[in-house]
Write a protein that binds this ligand. Structure first.
Ligand SMILES: [Mg+2]
Length: 343
């Protein structure tokens, strides 16, 4: 098993814990489940059974299945479409609109059709897959930008994903939390995501207006990502809404805690887009956990491993080419991660 498989378990288990509380209020969650949620619970509005992870993890897995095709970005798009066409219980609206174009610029076209307004968290929620697939450094930033823009081409979405993948890389190398965030913010400031999207064939002649809109907005987008990361580090949370910068800020706030459950549970208990916030938190906590095993972090008394009782029941709540709903994640994740490795 590669160590990155542990990060996949972490984000999947967090997503599955949050599945029951998605779209609920903190008051309704407390009334139904009590003050703590440490086991998978029934009550998902999309009918996910306890232990089933939602579209967030499903799209991480679909992205990995795409990389396993060894066809680059086109393979990822094909695999995401195979997931969509099989009719998953939950699909984000911009994600569905983008993938139905069946082209590399579908995310750009969907963003254009939103009047360049849509900036949901549907790219951020699945982008850890790019890091799990083995990209590093500048290649990681470029792949994060391109894979996000397949569905979410707003520069806030693209640069939030560039930040998150650089953050995972820095954390897994053993950098302390705030230092890792600072180094990921530097990556976000220095990467030319627009050039990466042009190189990837995501922007082209047919989407010139969107390219201009991206160019006009990207400086501000980077500044907003930086500001929300700082705010999350400072313990502030605006909302667990589906807006990408709210999700990023909330995840940065939650995922710095001292144990896996202390990171994930607050995201689950706050409701709203709890499964997605929890999924991003799970990715960050998982990357911290990798470093926790290394000598660099051996002085720290933190346990960021996924509680073992959450692993046997873990499933994905959808069947599509390459994955069966009944499959045990514990059995199938290691081979998936292995097959997805790039280079
Ligand atoms: Mg979800």
């Amino acid at each position: 098993m590669t160590t990155k498989t542990g990060v996949l378990f972490s984000l999947a288990a967090a997503d599955a814990l949050g599945a029951a509380t998605e779209f609920k209020t903190p008051q309704a969650i407390a009334a139904r489940y009590g003050p703590r949620i440490t086991e998978y619970q029934p009550g998902s509005v999309f009918g996910f059974a306890p232990g089933e992870a939602t579209d967030d993890t499903q799209m991480v897995v679909a992205t990995l299945l795409g990389y396993a095709r060894q066809e680059g970005l086109g393979g990822v798009l094909t695999a995401l479409r195979e997931w969509l066409v099989a009719g998953p219980p939950d699909v984000g609206s911009l994600t569905g609109a983008a993938l139905r174009f069946a082209s590399l610029d579908g995310g750009v076209r969907a963003w254009q059709n939103s009047g360049f307004q849509s900036a949901g968290n549907g790219g951020l929620m699945r982008i850890a897959a790019v890091w799990v697939a083995g990209f590093r450094g500048e290649a990681l930033a470029h792949a994060a930008a391109a894979v996000t823009a397949l569905t979410h081409a707003d520069p806030r979405c693209v640069y939030a994903s560039v930040f998150l993948t650089a953050f995972l890389e820095a954390l897994a190398e053993g950098q302390p939390y705030a230092d890792a965030a600072a180094s990921a913010s530097r990556v976000t400031d220095n990467v030319d995501a627009r050039a990466a999207l042009l190189d990837a064939g995501i922007f082209g002649i047919a989407t010139r207006d969107a390219h201009t809109a991206f160019k006009d907005r990207e400086r501000r987008a980077r500044a907003e990502v930086r500001a929300r990361v700082r705010s999350g580090l400072g313990g502030h949370l605006t909302s667990q809404s589906g807006y990408v910068l709210d999700t990023l800020e909330a995840a940065v706030k939650h995922a710095g805690a001292d144990s896996w459950l202390e990171c994930v549970e607050p995201a689950v208990l706050l409701g709203d887009d709890s499964d997605t916030v929890a999924c991003v938190v799970g990715a960050i906590a998982g990357a911290r956990g990798l470093a926790g095993d290394s000598e660099l972090r051996s002085d720290l008394r933190v346990d960021l491993g996924v509680p073992p009782h959450l692993l046997p029941a873990l499933r994905l709540g959808h069947t599509w080419p390459g994955w069966e709903r009944a499959w045990s994640c514990a059995e199938h994740f290691p081979a998936l991660v292995e097959a997805a490795q790039q280079g």
